[in-house]
Write a protein that binds this ligand. Structure first.
Ligand code: DHE
Length: 515
């Protein structure tokens, strides 16, 4: 009898010890949804690259209590608090090895919706170019809004945790949406139907579509690659390993379309280079300025191959990320995160041409530009300081700084509006939105639509008459403002709405929107 009790205790202790091993807890409780290797399954990937923005206590809370409006259940009745704490810590440790994600792996994930039937014309009466998409991060959906009546024409499910701007095909019919877990979704706006999905990366940053609408580039952190998909059927055209001239692998912070150059421009996080990838098989045409410069001996680095997806390296003094492009895509400003400065790179001659002081983490990707006093200026918010910088894009001087009620994330304007809108995303004043005169740079009004609720990100209707503002809360709303009187004319309930994207403003590269 005594021996039996002892054996039972040993078994109980062994079970506890097994459960104390967070890797075992993961295998027992989590792997079924999140994948054997934490890379995602029906649930999202659980790796530091994905969870980085979620602090420890928050992660423990999600494990203990589950996540509303998702299939994530509560584990507080299954796991002890210390097991939950150990599991949360385990999920935040890096993977032992860098996983591969090659063409065949990507191709295996391709799913085309069998119910999809392409329409011959829009299945609605609304102006197809005045459609605005609202990303609702609260329950991972997108609402398709008629930009004239603000009626919701469709609301469809997206992959988990969409990030960055969706990208529209040049005529505005299709849209591509990316999640942080690397899923790319194609949706047909005319038919109001999903076309399909594919997992292009394991942890991804953003996407860009080529100017001819044929290719979609996906910037990846994990693995360190650029994936290029065919927009037609989401098949893989190329997986480009990203390795610097010095042999070091690099994450891709972001990829952008440069329409006039017919190329993609890549911001690399771990190596001091910018890459330009041709999206036109006639590389000579793409590289006209480039070839000319090469003849003059002004270029370091040549396309690695000729033709489609030829790659050019532009060498820098330090890695840059978060780019703002001038309207002609000849120059970009990048942020050198560690030095608090901005660097101007001329893409034609392929080198740095100026520096400008930009402390407080400028968020150049949100930059917008317009004409002021006969000069082209751009404005950028700063993620760590309550100010906006105004930069003259002819002589690269910082001409003005505007003090705001706190650090902001997004800026938006429209050709037909005298104002630009700046949110105050961080800090105690996150319920405020500044409306600023583009000529005098005065704050003409500070809106506080819902005291205590975060308001952020603005998008205009096609004609610039209305400005749509997100009340960035679980039970949130999109507020429709008359862009002239600055009065609310409509409120649309939404689940934590984040970015909003008007088809016309995006495909015409409106000067008031980030590209
Ligand atoms: Fe974003 C766009 C990078 C955190 C919401 N964000 C972008 C782009 C980049 C970028 C490079 C432009 C790509 C594009 O649209 O094609 N974002 C980063 C970061 O480095 C940062 C600071 C840290 C990170 O974790 O990646 C970051 N971003 C966030 C958020 O925490 C936000 C607020 C919520 C979220 O969804 O994750 C967020 N980012 C957005 C949105 C856009 C965006 C809504 C598109 C803006 C637009 O109008 O086009």
């Amino acid at each position: 009898m005594t021996r039996l009790i002892a054996l039972t205790s040993v078994l109980a202790l062994a079970a506890m010890a097994a459960h104390a091993d967070p890797a075992q807890t993961y295998a027992d409780e989590c792997a079924v949804c999140h994948g054997d290797h934490r890379l995602g399954g029906t649930g999202p990937a659980l790796i530091p690259q994905t969870l980085g923005r979620m602090r420890g206590p928050n992660l423990e809370k999600v494990i203990a209590h589950g996540r509303a409006a998702t299939q994530m259940p509560a584990f507080d009745e299954v796991l002890e608090p210390q097991e939950i704490a150990a599991l949360a810590k385990y999920l935040q440790t890096p993977l032992d090895t860098d996983p591969e994600w090659q063409t065949e792996d990507i191709a295996e994930t391709l799913w085309l919706d069998p119910d999809y039937t392409p329409a011959n014309a829009p299945v609605f009466d609304a102006d197809p170019l005045n459609i605005t998409l609202v990303v609702e991060t609260g329950d991972h959906h997108v609402s398709v809004l008629d930009g004239d009546t603000f009626e919701v024409l469709d609301r469809f499910e997206t992959p988990f945790a969409v990030h960055g701007g969706p990208k529209f095909s040049p005529e505005g019919r299709y849209v591509f949406i990316m999640s942080r877990d690397g899923w790319v979704q194609k949706y047909d706006i005319w038919s109001l139907q999903q076309v399909g999905r594919v997992r292009a990366g394991l942890n991804s940053r953003n996407i860009a579509i080529s100017s001819d609408g044929k290719h979609l580039a996906v910037a990846n952190y994990l693995p360190m690659t650029l994936t290029i998909l065919s927009t037609e059927d989401l098949s893989v055209e190329k997986v480009m390993p990203v390795v610097g001239k010095d042999g070091r692998k690099s994450r891709v912070s972001a990829v952008y379309q440069a329409p006039q150059r017919r190329s993609f421009i890549l911001a690399l996080k771990d190596t001091p280079e910018i890459w330009e990838v041709a999206t036109d098989p006639d590389a000579d045409a793409v590289y006209e300025g480039f070839v000319h410069s090469r003849e003059k001996g002004m270029i370091e680095g040549l396309p690695s191959s000729e033709g489609l997806f030829a790659r050019r390296r532009i060498m820098l003094s330090a890695p840059l990320d978060d780019f703002f492009f001038t309207d002609d895509y000849r120059n970009l400003i990048g942020a050198a995160r560690t030095t608090g400065k901005g660097v101007v790179v001329n893409l034609n001659v392929g080198r740095e041409i100026a520096e400008l002081p930009l402390p407080g983490m400028p968020h150049l990707g949100s930059g917008i530009s317009w004409d002021k006093d006969g000069r082209r200026v751009m404005a950028t918010p700063h993620l760590e300081e309550g100010m906006l910088s105004i930069i003259d894009t002819q002589d690269w001087s910082v001409t003005d700084t505007i003090e705001t009620a706190g650090p902001g994330f997004f800026l938006r304007s429209h050709e037909n509006s005298p104002y630009f809108w700046a949110d105050v995303f961080f800090g105690p004043n996150r319920d405020l939105m500044h409306v600023i005169d583009k000529q005098t740079l005065e704050i003409v009004k500070t809106l506080q639509p819902v005291p205590g609720a975060t308001v952020a990100h603005v998008e205009f209707t096609r004609d610039g008459q209305y400005a749509l503002v997100s009340v960035w809360e679980d039970d949130g709303e999109v507020l429709v403002y008359d862009a002239e009187t600055l009065e609310i004319v409509k409120r649309l309930p939404m689940r934590k709405p984040s970015g909003k994207y008007n088809v016309f403003n995006k495909i015409t590269f409106s000067e008031g929107t980030s590209h």
